[in-house]
Design a binder for this molecule. Structure first.
Ligand code: TXA
Ligand code: MG
Length: 359
């Protein structure tokens, strides 16, 4: 049995101490955890995910004191952000201590550290710290195969790894992850050159600026955001490795005004149309629709569904929606492009990357 499901946090902590893998809920997404001081266990996480070795992972700790086992110094910015946002969905990039494995950092001189707020994650980290002693930490990338959509439910994790031949994983079965997209990553390792947001998330640039009292740099909304197509061509087969957070069904973004044209152009496709907020006429129903063309039997099955019009509930549902729609065998998923303002940065980042896989 490659995935064993349970609720026993003590048992899970012992798995970690034995060098085995534990999947656990956090407030953002489920993570696939291993003892961050155990090279073989770290390697097993990379192997289970199929993740390239040069992609660094995040060390999860119980709090600020525990973070000091991973970084050389805490500068003022780091201290402020930790005091304000920890425990919570914020990852800090810090200078690594010399004894932190380069396998964790992807060969870099910085290390990513996060203190999750989810009670089960906290209990697990504390139980593991009790067993391991000072210096404990748990690496935990999102508990999905590399390039796939991150898991927000225990069932998603089970689906990802159920066919894994080796090693086995203990899956701590918790409720759905509430935030729904991965933590905001902030680089405070070189404050002289400024504080930078490397991955947008639930905690926004404006929240961070307010706490620091200084402007932060946002990495440009990724090359993916600019290349994501708004007018879907005839759907192509996926398979490109630049796919990230991507479903297997081709995903495209559209502007609401273009919807009538898109529907007209796509005669024979079975598609899911996912609006941002309600569409006026259609929502949450399947419509059998015979296209008005002279060609016989040009039929399309269109499924309409509405996502929330607000960024936090939207983020909370996004990955579960992608996974659910991905299983239904549509030719394509069309997502309405959400507003381009900063409150939507996290959602827009994930959607554009998913769409970029099919551009
Ligand atoms: O919400 C989250 O952060 C979840 C939960 C499980 O905690 N974890 C997560 O891990 O999203 P993962 O491995 O899927 O994403 C980690 C991200 C990657 O984009 C990686 O490039 C970045 O963190 N990262 C890790 N160490 C870094 C470093 N030293 N410098 C820059 N980026 C780093
Ligand atoms: Mg991930």
């Amino acid at each position: 049995m490659p995935v064993i499901r349970g609720h026993d946090v003590q048992e899970a902590a012992h798995w970690l101490a034995q060098g085995r893998l534990v999947a656990f809920p956090t407030e953002t997404v489920y993570g696939l955890g291993a003892n961050a001081r155990d090279e073989a266990a770290i390697a097993a996480v990379y192997q289970a995910k199929g993740r390239p070795g040069d992609h660094p992972v995040i060390v999860h700790v119980t709090g600020v004191d525990a973070a000091l086992a991973w970084t050389t110094t805490l500068n003022e910015q780091a201290e402020r952000l930790m005091a304000h946002f920890w425990p919570g969905p914020l990852t800090l990039i810090l200078p690594r201590r010399a004894d932190v494995s380069l396998r964790i950092t992807g060969g870099q001189e910085t290390v990513a550290v996060r203190c999750p707020a989810h009670p089960m994650a906290q209990q697990l980290l504390q139980a593991f710290e009790q067993i391991y002693g000072p210096g404990a930490g748990v690496i935990a990338p999102s508990a999905n195969r590399f390039g796939q959509v991150s898991p927000t439910h225990a069932d998603h994790v089970y689906d990802e790894f159920a066919d894994l031949p080796h090693p086995s994983i203990y899956l701590l079965d918790g409720a759905a992850a509430q935030v729904g997209i991965e933590s905001t990553i902030v680089d405070v390792s070189a404050p002289d050159t400024g504080v930078r947001i490397l991955r947008p998330g639930h905690i926004q640039a404006s929240d961070i600026e307010r706490v620091l009292g200084e402007p932060v740099q946002q990495r440009a909304p990724t090359a993916a955001a600019q290349t994501a197509p708004t007018h879907p061509p005839i759907p192509r087969v996926s398979g490109s490795l630049k796919a990230h957070y991507a479903p297997r069904t081709p995903l495209y973004l559209f502007e609401r005004d273009d919807l009538p044209t898109l529907l007209k152009e796509n005669n024979n496709q079975s598609v899911a149309i996912v609006s941002c907020g309600e569409l006026n006429e259609h929502s949450d129903n399947d419509t059998k629709h015979t296209a008005q063309t002279s060609q016989p039997a040009a039929r399309q099955l269109i499924h309409y569904e509405a996502m929330p019009a607000e960024p936090n509930p939207y983020a909370s549902q996004l990955y579960a929606t992608l996974r659910r729609l991905d299983r239904r065998g549509f030719d394509a998923l069309w997502f309405e492009r959400p507003p381009q303002d900063l409150a939507w940065a996290g959602v827009n980042d994930r959607l554009s990357r998913a769409a970029a896989a099919f551009s």
